[in-house]
Design a binder for this molecule. Structure first.
Ligand SMILES: Nc1ncnc2c1ncn2[C@@H]1O[C@H](COP(=O)(O)OP(=O)(O)OP(=O)(O)O)[C@@H](O)[C@H]1O
Length: 252
């Protein structure tokens, strides 16, 4: 099979082999983790607080300088990252935030298109502080997608939003995904969010991927549907939770 620039085979977006990461000597965070994500596949990652979800995402993004460890990671050349906070530059207008670092005469036009795609046409000259939290996350999505990433890494991108805004953002992210088809790794605490959005859900436990569940629900992925509820129950059990309880830290 042909190799990608990052050492990937042609159909892969992520290949992780035997990944170890730790911050202290006593307890490794990731201990021999393997993970493959196909090009264009949407994967959600669940796990208790402290189970190492962000550590894994940061390793993929090349942002894990604080950690020590070994293992092989292959990702595509174009990787975008979205965090829980939008990380917009407050002294730059919205459009400038989207196209910052992009070169070429078409950059501004592509930035405007991306803003229109996330429902913010006409807000190009607004300052970030003039936008709601949900709108700021829309800008963050536009900024990541304008770079046409082959891999989108998202670390609880909707974690700080209210429930209604979050549901709207699910629809937006899924629509953007269908249109652009990057591979996605979404870290979330929210089991329903994982089931609504992903094609495959992973549960991280004690440093490795413990459970893997393909989401093969037909149609609208309605949380009130019995088939949806059955998947939810299965994933909550994998997280060590019997019902709809809060996800507690891994060590508890
Ligand atoms: N920069 C760091 N320095 C020291 N320890 C760290 C650092 N980053 C993470 N850790 C530790 O590594 C473990 C895993 O953290 P990580 O943030 O990856 O977990 P998580 O699953 O994303 O948690 P949460 O769901 O609460 O965000 C935790 O015990 C955390 O305290």
């Amino acid at each position: 099979m042909a190799a990608h620039p990052g050492g990937l085979t042609a159909t892969a977006a992520v290949q992780i082999r035997d990944l170890h990461r730790s911050f202290t000597d006593d307890r490794p965070v990731l201990s021999g983790l393997h993970l493959d994500i196909e090009a264009g596949e949407f994967v959600a990652l669940l796990g208790r607080s402290g189970s190492g979800k962000s550590t894994l995402l940061r390793a993929l993004a090349g942002l894990d300088q604080d950690a020590s460890g070994t293992g092989d990671i292959a990702v595509p050349e174009q990787v975008s990252v979205v965090f829980q906070d939008s990380r917009l530059l407050p002294w730059q207008r919205v459009l400038r935030n989207v196209v910052l670092g992009l070169e070429g005469p078409g950059a501004v036009g592509r930035g405007k298109e991306a803003l229109a795609e996330v429902g913010l046409a006409g807000r190009e000259r607004a300052w970030p502080r003039e936008l709601s939290g949900g709108e700021q996350q829309r800008v963050a999505l536009a900024r990541s997608l304008v770079r046409e990433p082959e891999l989108l890494l998202a670390d609880e991108p909707f974690g700080a939003l209210d429930a209604l805004t979050r549901i709207k953002m699910h629809g937006l992210l899924r629509a953007l995904y269908e249109r652009h088809r990057p591979a996605v790794l979404l870290v979330t605490h929210d089991v329903d969010e994982a089931i609504v959005l992903a094609d495959r859900v992973l549960v991280l436990d004690r440093g490795v991927v413990k459970t893997e569940r393909r989401i093969d629900l037909d149609g609208t992925r309605d949380p009130s549907d019995p088939a949806f509820a059955a998947v939810r129950t299965e994933l909550l059990a994998a997280l060590g939770l019997a019902g709809g309880a809060e996800i507690t830290p891994e060590e508890s």
